[in-house]
Design a protein around this ligand. Structure first.
Ligand code: SKM
Length: 283
């Protein structure tokens, strides 16, 4: 039996094991995908331990997506450009990192809401590892302006500076939560990358109701969270006439991309993965 898994803290809410084990069973492969709860201070020891256990690949979730980077032997250029890793594979006796969140994030926007994003404004809530892939994804889609909202001015400034003088940096603006009421009406796409509203603290939204009421009808509200489904953030956005995208399809698509790397296989049973998640969530 070959081992795969997900590292995070917390990791108990993760549905990656449900989704990946369904795919591996469908493919008839002798693999198992396990959750590994790993505290930040143990990260270095843990990834050496995973190698010693014979783990051949793992997903990386909150809060390790940036911290893991200096611990890897190699990082694929796209992940390096994003500045976050969510997928690691064992190649030639070394850990190699990549980022599949970017394609996961883009997929539902491209397939369901095909449109020209060139004149559009994106407002991204949060400035962690997931936000980095979202910002890169919005840039790739061609958004004209990308606003990133965070709590800590110094971290926001680091976030902005980390994109250097790239063309992306020119359309990027970092702002604090004081500006959120004024940013929301401008948003064509409003993305929640924070964990606020995630199981078990489901009666929460990163945005106050009074501010959400300023979203333009027809704007897209996108929550990266997939439990609960829908989140309070999405429910309130929908009430205002916005289009809601939940985090389920992103989870599926970043997982498909990860399996392609781990298994060196193109034919991944995406419908089985999606259905396993929907069944698990009672959708
Ligand atoms: O990027 C993904 C990660 O690969 C797995 C995951 C999960 O299991 O909840 C969420 C995202 O961070």
């Amino acid at each position: 039996t070959q081992l795969l898994g997900v590292i995070g803290h917390p990791v108990e809410h993760s549905l990656s094991p449900v989704m990946h084990n369904a795919a591996l069973a469908e493919l008839g492969l002798d693999y198992i995908y396990l959750p590994f709860p790993i505290q930040p201070q143990n990260l270095e020891v843990a990834i050496a331990g995973l190698a010693a256990m014979g783990v051949v690949g793992f997903s990386v979730t909150i809060p390790h997506k940036q911290a893991i980077m200096p611990l890897l032997s190699d990082i694929i250029p796209t992940a390096r450009a994003i500045g976050a890793v969510n997928t690691v594979s064992w190649q030639n006796h070394q850990w190699v990192g990549t980022n599949t969140d970017i394609e996961g994030f883009i997929a539902p926007l491209q397939t369901t809401y095909q449109q020209d994003w060139n004149q559009k404004v994106a407002v991204i809530l949060g400035n962690g590892g997931a936000a980095r892939a979202v910002v890169a994804g919005c840039d790739q889609l061609g958004f004209a302006k990308i606003h990133v909202v965070g709590r800590n001015i110094q971290k926001l400034e680091e976030f902005r500076q980390s994109w250097g003088n790239s063309p992306l940096a020119e359309k990027l603006q970092v702002q604090t939560w004081d500006d959120v009421a004024q940013l929301i009406p401008q948003a064509d796409l409003l993305v929640n990358t924070t964990p606020v509203g995630m199981y078990p603290l489901v009666d929460n939204s990163p945005v106050k109701l009074a501010d959400m009421q300023k979203i333009s009808p027809g704007a897209i509200a996108y929550d990266l969270i997939y439990t609960p489904n829908p989140t309070q953030f999405l429910q309130q956005a929908k009430q205002e006439g916005a289009i809601a995208i939940d985090g389920l399809e992103m989870l599926v698509q970043q997982g498909v991309a990860a399996l392609k790397i781990w298994l060196q296989l193109e034919a991944i049973p995406v419908d089985v993965m999606r259905q396993a998640l929907r069944n698990h969530l009672g959708l």
